[in-house]
Design a protein around this ligand. Structure first.
Ligand code: AMP
Length: 225
């Protein structure tokens, strides 16, 4: 099972993605996380990406596209993958589609987690990352997933906030890219929705309303997956 998940930053994409990942035991390929690991590890890729990430801009396609396409060919992806954070623009969508076809890798499901821009912004600023597992949901502004003091509500791990989550100008930039239907991420969403229409049912689209609580959204996802 190969799944693509779309959702605005702050929309609960990580949380819902983890559910799909567990259900089908998928490799989680998350572009933002790969960049952050590289920055932490002091790699050349990390050094190249950091300036763009700090400003809330996309890392250039010449860096991002090969990084993700190579990752999808690794062994742990053979049993299926959940692709998260990529594609972020129309060019990435086209290149992904072409690469999947060239590799004979089917895309089975596209999840579109729909949330308005203002709600996504409020949620993003409250988000906290667990040192043990960045899919442990913690958000100081959402009652259902409030951390335990300053510790992770799932495992008690240390929490931190991503610098780019606390910078309003950077969030606005990221959302401007996401909600752009011409060349931004919404154009990539629409690209795959069109492919689904033409696929005669082979590619399934799951549209989820991200506004209700995590539990409700998860239940809807489970029933549709
Ligand atoms: P995320 O964790 O998905 O919010 O990603 C954090 C940052 O990594 C983004 O704001 C971008 O700077 C960069 N990034 C992640 N995915 C992509 C992508 N597909 N294309 C370009 N830049 C990306």
């Amino acid at each position: 099972m190969n799944i693509l998940i779309f959702g605005a930053n702050g929309g609960g994409k990580g949380t819902q993605g983890a559910i799909a990942k567990q259900k089908y035991n998928l490799a989680h390929v998350e572009s933002g996380a790969i960049f952050r690991e590289n920055i932490k590890g002091g790699t050349e890729l990390g050094a190249k990406a950091k300036g763009f990430i700090d400003k809330g801009e996309l890392v250039p396609d010449e860096i991002t596209i090969p990084m993700i396409l190579d990752r999808l060919k690794q062994d742990d992806c053979k049993g299926g993958w959940l692709l998260d954070g990529f594609p972020r623009n129309k060019n990435q969508a086209i290149k992904l589609d072409e690469a999947l076809k060239a590799e004979g890798m089917p895309l089975d499901v596209v999840i579109d987690l729909i949330l308005d821009r203002q709600t996504a912004k409020n949620r993003i600023m409250g988000r906290r990352l667990c040192a043990n597992d960045n899919n442990h949901p913690n958000n100081i502004y959402i009652d259902a997933i409030k951390p335990n003091g300053d510790k992770c509500r799932v495992c008690g791990g240390d929490l931190s906030a991503r610098a780019d989550d606390q910078d309003e100008a950077a969030i606005d930039k990221r959302h401007a890219i996401y909600y752009d239907t011409e060349t931004g991420t919404m154009s990539a969403v629409n690209y795959f929705k069109n492919l689904a229409k033409e696929s005669g049912g082979k590619l399934k689209i799951i549209e989820l309303d991200g506004k209700p609580g995590i539990k409700e959204v998860s239940e809807e996802l489970m029933s549709k997956l």
